[in-house]
Design a protein around this ligand. Sequence first.
Ligand SMILES: Cc1cc2nc3c(=O)[nH]c(=O)nc-3n(C[C@H](O)[C@H](O)[C@H](O)COP(=O)(O)O)c2cc1C
Length: 321
Amino acid sequence: MTWVDELRAREDACRRAPSAHNTQPWVIRYGTDAVDVHWDPQRALPDSDPTRRDLFLSLGAFVEACLIVAADAGLPVRAEIAVDEPARRVARLVPAEALYATPFPAAAVERRRCARGAYEPGPLDPAVVAEVAAGADLRALASRPLAVQLEAADRHMFATPAVAAELRQWMRLSPRHPRYAVDGLTDKAMELSRAEASGLAAVLSPVVYPVARRLGAPAMLAAASRSLLRYDGSVLVLVGRPESPAALVEHGRALLRVWLGLSERGFAVHPLSQIIDCDATAARLAALLEPAPGEWPLAVFRAGRPLREPVRSARIPAAAA
Ligand SMILES: Cc1cc2nc3c(=O)[nH]c(=O)nc-3n(C[C@H](O)[C@H](O)[C@H](O)COP(=O)(O)O)c2cc1C
């Protein structure tokens, strides 16, 4: 078996990488002595993610997952990050002199999961934040003062028809959805009760949404997430320079390392990208962080110890990809 075959045999483990809306935008092409990572434009989010920040962060997380899985299997592999727009390729995995240096086993990629329910109160220890940052610019903020920004960002998200439609496209609010076990965001992953899931499905349905939107549904839905940050917890923000798609891919690799570092210490994350997708709340967040010129918040997430064990999210099996 070549190293490419060995890595291919572990594709399902690599596919545990996180992606926005769980679209799993990666396309893997196996060569004789290289593995190319491309993206599928059908799995991008042109309305929710028009700058493609989350697309390239997710692809970076996938590349990092591949490197960790390869190292764990004893395969010396490195990644050449080079974004080729016409070919829709972000990276090429090639043989390396030595194993990829990572503190994480492949099992850590498998163990990590987002948790969207309640967390134990109490801020994260700054020493933990510094450890998991591992050189990345990771800032910790108190959760409570950000509750108003989250509500404003949610209102903006639910009030923007194209963004709401994209959310509807990727939500799997009933186990009867044909893609429930494959991709997207399930009711269970979002920790919604049966009644909440049915209510959300009804409000976002193409027939009801235009009317519900005019009658104030976005404010009502946003109010429902108000309590998410009204506890004494921590919100972490990855700050960096989004100067190019390749830079975002590298930030995505760092983001997965941070999430794995937290996960291996018993902490989960709940990303709140809507805060940086809404210009007004992104600007308020940036004002709090005072990043250096050219730097910007790239990922925002609540982090803490979840009170309930989060569910394992769906993935497209390698055999079906
Ligand atoms: C770049 C990026 C942005 C994300 N943004 C959000 C978000 O705004 N809200 C959210 O609930 N989850 C967000 N997620 C988490 C994904 O929905 C999650 O990774 C995916 O559903 C798979 O679930 P898992 O991470 O538990 O395996 C984001 C993930 C990535 C990589």
